[in-house]
Design a protein around this ligand. Structure first.
Ligand SMILES: NC(=O)c1ccc[n+]([C@@H]2O[C@H](COP(=O)([O-])OP(=O)(O)OC[C@H]3O[C@@H](n4cnc5c(N)ncnc54)[C@H](OP(=O)(O)O)[C@@H]3O)[C@@H](O)[C@H]2O)c1
Length: 340
């Protein structure tokens, strides 16, 4: 399977390493031999129709900050869409940053790929948050697959699990803690009695929060993931503009304390209930299955038959997210590409 990879940061590098480690298992168990025919970062690209070496890609990135430095394969200031179209790849893997303010480049990568007959696997949430219904239609029109396991829950298979629950049952509503940074902040405020700003600084120091934490603390990341869940699990044709979003910026220690006095904890919850999609800090009982600590994620589905089911797991990490991409690549291969 020939892959074009856009983005060669934490997740992209983990993917190259994971596929290198899993070569034998993928071949023996799935008949899948994956190779990268193009890798693109923000400064350039490397292309090689017979497959690029994982060692060379990682070494060039570490030494020169770009894969464009690989002799004989590197291209500076490459046009990603042109590379997607001309690389001979069968699958695009999109791992560029999820930027809701500037989603057009990543949407363009997915569109270019699918309209040239490539399947697409994305861990980038922004294109789906803005245009998931349209992108799914484009995939169906071009008879290619669009996969996005890693966009919610990283390596924890939240989307596949939830979709499966919705088969032969109806998911009445859904609530989700799907942002590790805010859960880390709220858990630490609750457990250590610390103030919001203090915990945010600690989260930044430990690398849980970005230098600009607004995506997380203002609820934007949760809302993007909620849109993906609503479309995939509950067949809502929703986009980001349909979500009412309130984050946890400046949440007071008093709010945490008074929740505790009622036997509750405060969590940033994304909800799909009726026609409403919302993100807001909410109180949940201390003994609720969703009361997960640290940077964990938890998703609860309320099913018509059987009631509530909850999945808990880690929701971030390069290697974890790379496993979700490999899962999608195996599905793409099994569901058609091997028979083309
Ligand atoms: N990290 C996680 O735990 C995690 C979990 C789930 C989903 N995700 C999603 O996965 C994606 C990647 O995350 P990450 O942590 O790997 O981010 P990252 O480390 O910042 O890597 C992003 C990569 O994309 C490249 N890039 C930026 N703009 C580009 C453009 N216009 N064209 C081509 N490449 C471009 C960057 O190039 P340079 O290297 O030259 O800067 C970098 O290689 C994001 O959408 C994120 O939301 C991440």
């Amino acid at each position: 399977m020939r892959i074009a990879l856009i983005g060669f940061g934490v997740v992209g590098k983990s993917l190259v390493e994971l596929l290198e480690q899993q070569q034998a298992v993928l071949r023996d168990r799935h008949g899948l031999a994956a190779k990268f025919v193009a890798v693109v970062d923000s400064k350039g690209a490397a292309v090689g129709e017979h497959g690029l070496s994982a060692g060379e890609l990682l070494a060039a990135k570490a030494a020169h900050g770009t894969v464009a430095a690989i002799p004989g394969h590197g291209l500076k200031n490459a046009d990603a869409n042109r590379i997607i179209a001309e690389s001979g790849a069968q699958v695009l893997v999109e791992t560029s940053p999820s930027d809701l303010k500037k989603p057009d480049a990543a949407i363009g990568h997915l569109r270019s790929a699918m309209s040239h007959g490539l399947h697409a696997v994305t861990v980038n949430k922004a294109p789906l948050a803005v245009a998931m219904p349209a992108l799914l239609e484009l995939a169906a029109y071009n008879r290619v697959q669009l996969k996005f396991s890693g966009t919610v829950g990283a390596g924890t298979p939240v989307l596949a699990w939830a979709k499966r629950c919705a088969q032969g049952n109806r998911v009445r509503s859904l609530k989700a803690i799907i942002n590790g940074t805010t859960n880390f902040i709220l858990s630490n405020m609750t457990e250590k009695g610390l103030a919001f700003d203090e915990v945010l600084r600690e989260a930044m120091r430990l690398g849980y929060a970005e230098t600009d934490p607004s995506n997380d603390i203002d609820g934007i990341d949760t809302a993007m993931k909620l849109v993906i869940l609503a479309n995939h699990v509950m067949d809502r044709r929703a986009t980001f503009s349909d979500v009412q979003v309130k984050g946890i910026r400046g949440l007071s220690s008093e709010a945490i304390e008074s929740a505790r006095a009622r036997g509750n904890v405060v969590k940033l919850i994304g909800r799909v209930e009726g026609d409403r999609l919302s993100v807001a800090p909410e109180e949940i009982p201390q003994n609720a299955p969703m009361n997960v600590g640290g940077s964990l994620n938890a998703v609860t589905l309320d099913c018509e038959v059987g009631g509530e089911v909850t999945l808990v797991g880690r929701g971030a990490g390069g290697p974890e997210t790379a496993t979700a991409i490999v899962r999608d690549l195996i599905d793409v291969w099994r569901d058609g590409e091997s028979k083309r």
